[in-house]
Design a protein. Sequence first.
Lengths: 90, 90
Amino acid sequence: MDSEQFHRITKALADPRRFNILARIAKDKEIACSDIRCQVPITAATLSHHMKELANAGLIEVRKEGQFLHIKLRRKIWREYLSQLAKLQG
Amino acid sequence: MDSEQFHRITKALADPRRFNILARIAKDKEIACSDIRCQVPITAATLSHHMKELANAGLIEVRKEGQFLHIKLRRKIWREYLSQLAKLQG
DNA sequence: CATCTGATTAGATGATTATCGAAATATCGA
DNA sequence: TCGATATTTCGATAATCATCTAATCAGATG
């Protein structure tokens, strides 16, 4: 993972609301965007914005099925991010 | 670690310059603020600001000795943060 | 005491960004 | 085709924040 992506991820996590959304995504193998909206009080516009940030950071995989978006955590990237962070410790 | 501190940490890491400073701190057992300034091009005011953010997040321990500040990574906190992050993975 | 050096504070500026409402786009079902 | 639902885009606003300069504080040393 290059340092650019690393920092994009770090910034993507920095907003608490966005982090919580990501945590929600991580709970399931896959979740629909509309399901997230049922569980988190948030406007569609704002959720769309956060999704774009998470996708931009490479943290999620987005699959479109009809009207719906299905979201998955990219667990391999997440593990890479964690091991990158762990390097700080020496 | 409560969620408030967790989010303070994620925000503290979100600025690349500040993250790099933290990484520099982590490299040594302890480092003087003035040494950091020799190694990173940054004004004293900005460095002071970043130190405050890192301290506020609980990531560093600050020891004053005469005119100098000596900075240490709080490795226990860092480990706690990592393991908190790892919980996302399930 | 005068001065130098390290660090903080205050105040200002510019950039980024989270948020929303409204309009637009897309897909489905009747 | 019409209406309902899901999502995106646009435009605006408000808040946050990184950065700097200048001024100040604190400790060391002459």
